[in-house]
Design a protein around this ligand. Sequence first.
Ligand SMILES: NC(=O)c1ccc[n+]([C@@H]2O[C@H](COP(=O)([O-])OP(=O)(O)OC[C@H]3O[C@@H](n4cnc5c(N)ncnc54)[C@H](O)[C@@H]3O)[C@@H](O)[C@H]2O)c1
Length: 297
Amino acid sequence: MELKKIGVVGCGLMGHGIVQVAAQAGFEVVVVETAQDFLDKGLGRIEKSLAKLAQKSVEKGKATAEDAEATRAAAWGRITGSLDRADLADCDLVAEAIIEDLEIKKQLFAELGKLCKPETILASNTSSFPVTEMAEASGRPERFVGLHFFNPVQLMRLVEVVRTDKTDADVFETARGFGKAVGKAPVACKDTPGFVVNRLLVPYMAQALLMLERGDATKEDIDAAMQFGCGYPMGPMTLTDYVGLDTTLAILEGWVEKHPDEPAFVIPQILRDKVAEGKLGRKTGEGFYKWDGDKKS
Ligand SMILES: NC(=O)c1ccc[n+]([C@@H]2O[C@H](COP(=O)([O-])OP(=O)(O)OC[C@H]3O[C@@H](n4cnc5c(N)ncnc54)[C@H](O)[C@@H]3O)[C@@H](O)[C@H]2O)c1
């Protein structure tokens, strides 16, 4: 199936990035938000980001000022913002990037399943919920995939393309092709908790917190070990502060509730305590470290 028009629901952190990379790849994109100010904020981010890219390509000698401006204007011109979901009806693929709330996502997909043309592929950017549940809610599970982009979408190469037991092979291949078309390296995964990356990463973060809790090593030494021993750009304690302690806890709680017998899914008490104290990581100025912008102590 050939994709021409892409719909995106939600123009927040992830949604605005998906809109931008799709428009840059030549797709016509319509993005739907719940309120004008959210839409303006998301579109404003895209406008700034496209302008910055144009400026950089001129500075690096990759394009003349005229060409860079034409590329920027063409990408920007492919994007339409809307507050009306009916504008998604004729899209070939609709990617959802709204808040991480399963009931709200299911409601949205039930509505999209009714209003979109029969061929439309529906996709969720969820990080932690079963794709199968949303696929069933949409009433068109055979035309449903997970398309899990990474933050910031403009820079991160990976997109996990998630298929359920009911996803049509053609739909899956089309979604994977979309990932490639927007410049990503798609990996295929079944509908399992956390897909590939978070299934490995979140339990690793939890194990690091358990080490701290037991007093095996300090947070600085745990971080240094993984940075210098494994070549990771940051250690697990710093990573947890970046991801957000509340987000990490919410993911683990969801998994433990659904899969109580999976030994990799454990919730360190230290994580619950920090969240209860409101120490949620970099975004609140303190998690395992104290934060002043990007500076930690
Ligand atoms: N933040 C990350 O690092 C990250 C990474 C991968 C995946 N995700 C997933 O992507 C999704 C979006 O996360 P985010 O970080 O961009 O959140 P965000 O809060 O930055 O953006 C969500 C946007 O969706 C809008 N919205 C909410 N309900 C809506 C509705 N019913 N219709 C239209 N718009 C609606 C909100 O106004 C907001 O602008 C979540 O499912 C999240 O789990 C997040």
